[in-house]
Design a protein around this ligand. Structure first.
Ligand SMILES: [Zn+2]
Length: 180
């Protein structure tokens, strides 16, 4: 994840920084905004700097994959170019959810939600309804590699089909992110 609380409980977003002093960051104590556990600041190698939970964490956010993180980063960078307001990993206490990328465009609130692993279709539906209850339109983004593709067709499973019914969109549409 890209956001964490600092020692003063201020939310710190790594994606909003032009330069992050790695050594200083590593010395500070960071907390997960969801579960309050201490999280690690990670930097180095090919990965963009990010926060991660310790391996024994039970926080839902601790299972974030590299693919999910990179997808959020790309979506956030793109949405910033046109949205009136944008926030990555925005906490929505009313529905107890953390939206991947929340934004406001022409006065309407949206979230991009990435679903990087297969889930029960009802889970997709429930999350869509939860966002809608807050007058937020949800735009699902699925990983391209989980779709069976041929030259002329894309084969999708039930949960992927559910994600095509984006809020207010008819006909249904499929949005996917290709990391390659
Ligand atoms: Zn957590």
């Amino acid at each position: 994840m890209f956001t964490a609380y600092d020692e003063k409980r201020q939310l710190f977003c790594l994606l909003d920084q032009t330069e992050v002093p790695n050594e200083k960051m590593k010395q500070l104590v960071w907390h997960c905004p969801s579960c309050e556990e201490t999280v690690l600041y990670r930097a180095g190698g090919k990965n963009r700097p990010h926060f991660s939970h310790y391996s024994n964490s039970s926080c839902a956010g601790s299972e974030e994959t590299k693919e999910h993180r990179e997808g959020k980063e790309r979506l956030y960078a793109w949405v910033k170019t046109f949205a009136e307001e944008v926030e990555v990993e925005k906490w929505l206490p009313m529905i107890d959810r953390r939206a991947d990328v929340w934004f406001r465009y022409r006065g309407v609130h949206y979230v991009f939600e990435m679903q990087c692993s297969p889930v029960d279709r009802t889970a997709i539906r429930e999350r869509t309804l939860a966002y809608e209850s807050q007058s937020i339109k949800v735009l699902w983004v699925l990983p391209a590699e989980l779709m069976k593709r041929t030259a002329t067709a894309i084969y999708i499973q039930e949960w992927q089909q559910e994600a095509c019914f984006q809020t207010g969109s008819f006909p249904p549409q499929l949005m996917y992110l290709d990391n390659n």
